[in-house]
Design a protein around this ligand. Structure first.
Ligand SMILES: *[C@@H]1O[C@H](CO)[C@@H](O)[C@H](O)[C@H]1NC(C)=O
Ligand SMILES: *[C@@H]1O[C@H](CO)[C@@H](O)[C@H](O)[C@H]1NC(C)=O
Ligand SMILES: *[C@@H]1O[C@H](CO)[C@@H](O)[C@H](O)[C@H]1NC(C)=O
Length: 358
């Protein structure tokens, strides 16, 4: 299966924007058929994934190689296991497909991939939100399984216990990472995505961490987002005093460039936080970040991996996963504001976003 990482998010990327959406297609009567057609396509891709690629319990995938085929082994030859940051997205894609189509085979596959994740909810990880909410969380929403619910609540607590140390004003991502061992505590923009499981758990029988989440979202805005609403990737903090030290990058082109997927995490992240904590500033931030993204999109609407890297740079290919994340953020913004300024179908799920092969 060659569908992109975040296929499930991208199928239904309907959104309403206040303005400025260059190149978007207005929603009209063809919208429903475009969405239906996207689900036929994603269903076929998922059938290949579950039938041929991920047939062993506990083996997952993270992305497709340039030949369009899914990777199931790490560079060292070992299987990609449940600890990969995308492991929960596998079940999540099947849950979304099941929800949209009622296809029982998709539900069976989702349950299979959830089984392969069992135990992960108690582990120390910085990607718990991705892994546990997309799998067990969606499964709970669609089946009401108490086992799934308990795993989400356990995951949220584990994340909080491991990643909120009370010293710095945010959930931390890394301590002394290989590329920057001088950073005792580093917070990346990706971490915004973990706030969802914490907020969700708080409303569904888990502990209430709203204050910490709010603190994290405000620190990220203050220390990671720049004046022009572009984003740095990482902020480093002093482990003893909790003070912000400097910004830098791990996955971006330079220390001061804008890594597109990070911008996307922030767009989605603030819109999602606003869903749970409806303070105007969170909504404004998402829209401010979105404007920067839109203003920097190339004509074909598929962003480069880094907005500031020359086209020729290694690892600066097109990043359709960032586009899918932004689509999901647009959907949030629409659902939360109901703004019908310009109803748009972001071009995802259509050529040229689609994989050329399955
Ligand atoms: C968690 O750490 C891994 C490995 O360093 C990294 O790839 C990922 O981006 C991190 N995620 C978050 C949300 O910090
Ligand atoms: C960022 O800055 C650090 C410290 O000066 C340096 O080691 C690193 O190579 C820089 N990263 C990039 C991508 O330029
Ligand atoms: C950045 O976003 C904030 C929040 O929406 C907004 O107040 C500000 O004007 C934006 N800055 C720029 C340069 O667009």
């Amino acid at each position: 299966m060659g569908a992109r990482l975040c296929l499930a998010w991208s199928c239904c990327a309907l959104a309403l924007l206040g303005g400025g959406g260059v190149g978007f297609v207005r929603a009209d009567d063809s919208l429903n058929s475009a969405v239906a057609e996207a689900f036929v396509f994603s269903g076929a891709q998922l059938t290949v994934l579950t039938g041929d690629v991920l047939t062993e319990e506990g083996v997952f995938t993270d992305y497709t190689e340039t030949d369009g085929l899914w990777r199931t082994e790490k560079d060292n030859g070992n299987s990609i296991d449940q600890t990969v940051w995308t492991s929960g997205m596998v079940a999540g894609m099947f849950w979304y497909q099941y929800e949209a189509t009622g296809d029982e085979a998709m539900k069976t596959a989702a349950e299979f991939y959830c089984s392969g994740l069992e135990g992960l909810e108690s582990e120390e990880d910085n990607d718990t939100g991705f892994q546990i909410l997309n799998s067990f969380g969606l499964g709970y929403r669609l089946t009401g399984s108490d086992d799934y619910l308990q795993r989400v609540l356990t995951g949220a607590e584990a994340l909080h216990d491991f990643r909120w140390d009370g010293n710095i004003p945010a959930y931390w991502s890394w301590e002394n990472p290989t590329k920057r061992p001088d950073w005792d505590r580093a917070v990346n923009v990706d971490m915004m995505m973990n706030l969802e499981i914490l907020l969700w758990a708080g409303l569904n029988g888990g502990e209430d961490h709203e204050l910490e989440v709010e603190g994290h979202a405000d620190s990220t805005w203050k220390d990671i987002v720049r004046e022009d609403n572009s984003t740095n990737h990482v902020a480093a903090y002093d482990i003893d005093t909790g003070e912000f030290i400097e910004t830098g990058t791990y996955q971006g082109y330079t220390n001061s460039s804008t890594w597109t997927r990070g911008q996307a995490w922030a767009i989605y992240g603030y819109a999602m936080v606003y869903r749970f904590l409806p303070e105007q500033r969170f909504l404004d931030r998402s829209i401010g970040l979105l404007k920067y993204y839109e203003d920097n999109l190339p004509e074909d609407l598929i962003p480069p991996a880094d907005f500031d890297a020359p086209e020729s740079a290694t690892d600066n290919g097109k990043d359709s996963s960032a586009a899918a994340i932004v689509s999901s953020g647009l959907l949030e913004l629409f659902l939360e504001t109901g703004r019908r300024g310009m109803c748009v179908l972001h071009l995802h799920g259509r050529d040229p976003f689609r994989s050329a092969r399955s």
